[in-house]
Each structure stands twice: as C-alpha cells, then as structure tokens.
Ligand binder design. Structure first.
Ligand SMILES: Nc1c(C(=O)O)ncn1[C@@H]1O[C@H](COP(=O)(O)O)[C@@H](O)[C@H]1O
Length: 203
C-alpha cells in the first residue's frame, strides 16, 4: 500500500529530476476526496475536449503534447502531502493547478494557492456551502475560483492561462468556442423551425 510519505518522496524526487517540461503534466488536478470525483470530472471532460491527455506515470508521458494529472490531497487529512504538492508543483513542470474541495471548510484550494504561489490555482468549491471558504482570501493572497461545481469552467480558465504561452492552445480554445457558438445557433434555429412540440420530440 502506498503511504503519504511514499507520495511525498515521489513528488520531491520528480521535482529534482529536471525532466523535459514537454513530458511533464501541464495541469495538476487535486481534490479533497475521491468523493469529489463526480463534480471534478467536469475538469477532466473539458481538458479531454481540448485534446489533453491524462498522465498517470510521471516518467512515461502519453502521446499528447499537453497533459494533466490527478491526485487526492487534503489540507485537513494530509497537510504534509498538500504542502509537498504545492511546493513541488512548479519544479515538476505543472503550470496551473485546479483544486477542488467540498464541505463548509474547503481549505485545500486556498491553502494550495498560498503554498504554490506564484503558480496560479483555480479553485472549485465542490458544493454551494464551500464557496465562501474557497474564495475568501486576504489581500495579497490570490486565488482564482469558479462557482460551485463548475469544474468544466475551471479547466477552461486553466487552459486560458496556459494559452498565453502556447499558441496551439489558443487555437484550440478558439475552435472550442466556435463549436459552442455553432451548437447554440443550430439549437436556436431548430427550436424556431420545428416549434416547441416538434423540438421536444426531436431531442
Ligand atoms: N474540504 C476538504 C478538504 C480540505 O479542504 O482539505 N479535505 C477534504 N475535504 C472535503 O470533505 C468532503 C467529504 O470527504 P469524504 O467524502 O472523503 O468524507 C469532500 O467534499 C472533500 O473535498
């Protein structure tokens, strides 16, 4: 069984390995519990849509140029792991972190933002009651956050940040947006042309 200390050691070893950044995960997704996975999977869906690959082995990157990794990390249950993740993220090649947590005391995103600073962290309150604890940071301690459950948008925001350095990602974001616009326009025309009953029958 893997222990917290095994994971911490791995993170530090990876940070020290000086790996080619093209082969390291670009986006790190962390969440307070695996019970957050359903909500957080919107981030995976968005990244998959934008052509990212999932990296499950730090030393064996998938074919995709841009990748993400996922871990469960908790400020409350595994503070040492949270510290190690935030502290090593930049050296491990992570360029932006998406951090989700639920409950009334959702501290993982904001704590990670402070530890990983100046690496940007996009916080996802997993539930409505988590919003205040995710976004409530003092002046000088920034976090970017989305509304409760909006992990899909968190990933889009993360890619927007990455896209400032990679034209290819900017193109993918533009293409995604054009598809979105086309879908809405097509739905609008079908609703109009088929009428409400016909439209309902068609979906
Ligand atoms: N908010 C946090 C933190 C943290 O912020 O460090 N760690 C776990 N949790 C949250 O506790 C909830 C219940 O977790 P369990 O289902 O594991 O009991 C989850 O939504 C998780 O994000």
């Amino acid at each position: 069984m893997t222990t917290e200390h095994d994971l911490i050691d791995e993170l530090h070893e990876q940070a020290a390995a000086d790996t080619d950044p093209e082969t390291t995960p670009d986006v790190g997704i962390i969440m307070g519990s695996d019970s957050d996975l359903d909500v957080m999977s919107g981030a995976h869906e968005a990244l998959d849509t934008l052509g990212f690959g999932e990296q499950t082995d730090y030393h064996d990157a998938p074919d995709e140029r841009f990748t993400y990794e996922t871990y469960v990390v908790s400020a409350h249950r595994t503070p040492d792991l949270m510290y190690a993740y935030g502290e090593t993220a930049a050296d491990r090649g992570i360029e932006v972190i998406i951090a989700g947590a639920g409950g009334k005391s959702a501290d993982l995103p904001n704590m990670t933002a402070s530890i990983a600073y100046p690496l940007p962290v996009v916080g996802v309150p997993v539930q409505e009651k988590s919003v205040d604890s995710v976004i409530g940071m003092p002046t000088g301690a920034p976090i970017v956050a989305v509304d409760a459950g909006k992990s899909f948008n968190a990933a889009l925001s993360a890619v927007q940040m990455l896209a400032r350095g990679y034209d290819e990602l900017e193109d993918r974001l533009v293409e995604y947006h054009e598809d979105l616009v086309a879908d809405v326009a097509d739905t609008s025309a079908r609703l109009h042309d088929l009428g409400v009953s016909g439209f309902r029958d068609s979906v």
